[in-house]
Design a protein around this ligand. Structure first.
Ligand code: DHB
Length: 484
């Protein structure tokens, strides 16, 4: 009885956002026991590569993954477990777990109204994973748009990553109760969700988040994951403006003027940043620098992407593509071109200058680094100083740590030994939501640490594309040792 009363007290306290005063850490953990019987049985037809598959699965919906939630609508997850595929029984109790988030734009994402409806390609990996016999977990997370009636932003950094870590801890805490192998969690997401999946995987078991996690009553378990599949991650935010101008600085906006001086200054700053990473390009390329990075991208990612694309076309279509794009040399079965010609081909850039830390604080990322009742803040000295006109201006004191807590590159520079060691990284070559060096540097950082990285680009594809889902599903089976 006493225990019940205490739990009720906790439940009441969670109505107060952010700072629920609910006993010492661990007092409410009984709530975090997964109930294997709390499912409904559902069916769906999944269109796979060769044929449609009828999947019968157990669905555990709206599972709150922290003991002291700030907002249950976001701090909940759904678990889907296949039990029958095309009429044949399936035992997914040891299957890998695809832990997906549907965060976009660093906005809040909820799974409590059915499956996240983010349309088209973005659910495809989850459905295919289910049809392949894997467990699929969709996790919600708080985001930058959440605000209390009295104006407190309670989903800004680092809330989203804290929530996703809490979801991982919940799954690992429930090892043996929750279906699937909690030592084989593969995290994935697209764009801001891709960034968060990369961050989740790079920052495994970091102590930096402990205070936030214990405030939420996160389960007492590790938060390492086995593998990560970030798609077009919008990450390394504090260096993304300089990287953007280095990459897309000469590309035009659809309309409006670019601040050419700011663009040049940012692009110049990228040189020092890139040098500071001390990364080696793959296939014996040598040190990656601002000077050779265009050539590196062409050789390592862009020409292979164009080559794969063109080889897959029927002869007539390939001929006409090449006739329309005479800047590409077709060397028998291989595309060759220069970096400047590639940039011209991409054409318009999506974002202005600076692309992320807007002088007028209007970007989503400015909001992501808000705090309390302050909706938006600068997170780079460049923009802070430009916007205020004060060359000695500093960032708010809480920001450096939060900025690091949002950046997988921070944890890779620290060589975090608890990071995921298997990575599937994808981006479209026409994705100008961020610089292509973001993926280049993420992949090179991991490769330089000796991790297993499958990084590739989709030719002529834009933001959020996913063009080799079959290969990804097979990759999960292979790296986790579950299939084959
Ligand atoms: C997303 C896209 C962006 O251009 C950005 O800056 C942040 C997030 C997104 O699609 O999630």
């Amino acid at each position: 009885m006493q225990r019940r009363a205490m739990l009720k007290g906790c439940a009441a306290a969670v109505a107060v956002p952010m700072f629920a005063a609910c006993g010492p850490n661990g007092s409410a953990k009984a709530e975090l026991v997964f109930d294997p019987d709390a499912f409904t049985t559902e069916k769906k037809t999944v269109v796979t590569f060769d044929r449609d598959k009828e999947v019968t699965y157990r669905r555990y919906a709206d599972v709150v993954y922290v003991a002291r939630p700030v907002d249950k609508a976001y701090q909940s997850l759904n678990v889907s477990v296949p039990v029958e595929i095309d009429g044949a029984a399936v035992d997914a109790s040891k299957a890998p777990i695809l832990l997906s988030n549907s965060v976009g734009g660093y906005l809040a994402s909820s799974v409590t109204n059915g499956e996240p409806d983010d349309g088209g390609d973005r659910r495809r990996n989850q459905d295919l994973a289910l049809a392949a016999g894997y467990v699929v977990v969709d996790s919600g997370a708080r985001g930058r748009d959440l605000v209390t009636p009295d104006g407190v932003y309670y989903g800004v950094a680092p809330a989203a990553i804290v929530d996703l870590k809490a979801a991982v801890r919940y799954l690992r805490h429930n090892s043996g109760r929750v279906p699937g192998n909690t030592d084989r969690i593969v995290v994935t997401g697209v764009s801001a969700g891709g960034a968060l999946s990369a961050l989740l995987a790079a920052s495994g078991d970091s102590r930096m988040y402990d205070g936030y996690l214990s405030e939420l009553g996160a389960a007492d378990a590790g938060d390492t994951v086995f593998a990560a599949a970030p798609y077009c991650p919008i990450t390394d935010l504090e260096h993304a403006d300089m990287a953007y101008e280095w990459n897309w600085g000469a590309n035009p906006l659809r309309s409006g003027e670019l601040d050419a001086a700011a663009s040049r200054e940012l692009s110049t700053a990228f040189t020092d940043y890139q040098a500071s990473l001390q990364l080696q390009g793959k296939n014996g390329f040598g040190p990656l620098t601002a000077d050779n990075y265009g050539r590196y991208l062409v050789r390592t990612y862009l020409e292979p992407a164009a080559t794969a694309y063109l080889n897959a076309l029927p002869d007539a279509d390939r001929s006409s593509y090449l006739a329309d794009n005479t800047w590409i040399t077709w060397a028998g079965d291989r595309a060759e071109f220069t970096w400047p010609d590639f940039l011209t081909h991409v054409g318009e850039r999506k974002k202005g200058v600076p692309a992320f830390d807007a002088f007028d604080l209007s970007s989503g990322e400015n909001n992501e680094f808000g705090a309390g009742t302050v909706k938006a803040r600068h997170f780079t000295l460049f923009s802070q100083r430009r916007a205020t006109g004060d060359p000695g201006a500093r960032l708010d004191g809480d920001l450096p740590e939060k900025i690091s807590m949002m950046n997988p590159m921070f944890f890779l520079r620290q060589r975090n030994p608890a990071r995921a060691k298997h990575w599937w990284i994808r981006v479209g070559t026409k994705d100008t939501d961020t610089s292509l060096t973001i993926v280049g540097n993420l992949a090179a950082s991991l490769e330089n640490l000796g991790d297993h990285v499958d990084a590739a680009m989709y030719w002529d594809a834009g933001h959020g594309s996913n063009e080799d889902a079959a290969d990804f599903i097979a990759w999960i089976g292979k790296v986790t040792g579950y299939a084959g």
